[in-house]
Design a protein around this ligand. Structure first.
Ligand SMILES: Cc1cc2nc3c(=O)[nH]c(=O)nc-3n(C[C@H](O)[C@H](O)[C@H](O)COP(=O)(O)OP(=O)(O)OC[C@H]3O[C@@H](n4cnc5c(N)ncnc54)[C@H](O)[C@@H]3O)c2cc1C
Ligand code: FES
Length: 267
């Protein structure tokens, strides 16, 4: 079930250059949302016919009735959203789609790129709250250190964080798959099981899905698709999937995803 709420902005701050964190009051959505689900935001002061914009839930507090988003300013919609102040009202539909499983067989390896850490933070919190056998480990990558988001927040949860940047400004120089591969070798040597959970740019998603398939582990991939309606009506967000019998079908990321199993995605 989803809700259409008029949400008052409670706080709206820069989190890193070009990124903002938005907290608003959304009691119904906050009580119902699961990690990896998203909300569809009607950005105020955009043309009335403008499309809503989809954002993952970065955090939700059912008791306080609040929802938090972490977003990157990339275009018209996010630029307009960034200008909204505390006290303004925003129309939000959610929770939408299917998210990540919160249970995990073995070590949860969370792999995020840029704002892809948003749903992984909510997932990590829920995993720790519901009691997974092993603590998650976060692998986070970005072009520069400014794209490594919420790292301290993960560390404050007691989660080990491994970072990588393309320019070497923080952590390993190169792709985040390098520290991930080091960990996969260690886990294989110790005979420990693990599952991969990822959100970020397409190249990262594909690389993580490839490692899940290559190691015979479960991989949960959050696809970042362009969306229009967000509720299954327009077919703008088609993702080809493969059934166990090999049959290919067109899934809609907004209602069948955005999280899919690594083995079902046709790249
Ligand atoms: C399920 C889901 C969850 C998302 N969660 C987050 C989140 O937590 N934080 C966040 O910052 N963004 C998130 N996004 C992406 C976000 O929806 C887009 O960045 C936003 O809609 C862009 O709106 P705009 O009007 O500012 O940009 P536009 O003017 O529409 O586009 C500007 C640029 O951004 C690109 N862009 C637009 N939509 C996407 C997209 N879906 N993925 C990648 N590039 C895009 C365009 O190709 C263009 O280059 C999510 C998208 C989906 C589908
Ligand atoms: S965005 Fe319209 S069907 Fe998915």
């Amino acid at each position: 079930m989803n809700f259409n709420e008029k949400c008052k902005i409670l706080s709206h701050e820069d989190s890193a250059p070009g990124y903002r964190t938005l907290v608003f009051s959304a009691p119904q959505i906050a009580a119902a949302v699961a990690p990896g689900q998203f909300v569809h935001v009607k950005v105020p002061r955009l043309d009335a016919a403008a499309l809503r914009r989809p954002f993952s839930v970065f955090d939700a507090d059912a008791e306080a009735g609040t929802l938090t988003l972490l977003y990157k300013i990339v275009g018209k919609g996010t630029e307009a959203l960034a200008k909204e102040s505390v006290g303004a009202e925003v129309e939000v539909i959610g929770p939408l789609g299917f998210g990540f499983p919160v249970q995990c067989n073995g070590v949860p390896l969370l792999v995020g790129g840029g704002y892809g850490v948003a749903p992984l933070y909510f997932l990590a919190k829920r995993m720790l709250k519901t009691g997974v056998e092993e603590k998650p480990i976060l692998f986070v990558g970005g072009r520069t250190k400014d794209d490594l988001l919420a790292v301290d927040m993960f560390r404050n949860l007691g989660i080990e964080v491994r970072t990588a940047t393309n320019d070497g400004s923080e952590g390993a120089k190169g792709f985040v798959t390098e520290p991930l591969d080091d960990e996969l070798i260690k886990l294989r040597e110790s005979g420990k099981r693990f599952e991969l959970f990822t959100c970020g740019p397409d190249g990262l998603l594909k690389a993580v899905a490839h490692r899940a398939l290559g190691t015979g582990s479960k991989g949960w991939i959050s696809m970042d698709s362009h969306m229009i309606c967000g509720v299954g009506a327009c077919f703008a967000c088609i993702q080809k999937l493969k059934r166990p019998n090999g049959e290919i079908w067109n899934a809609r990321c907004c209602v069948n995803g955005p999280v899919f199993k690594a083995e079902e995605i046709v790249w």
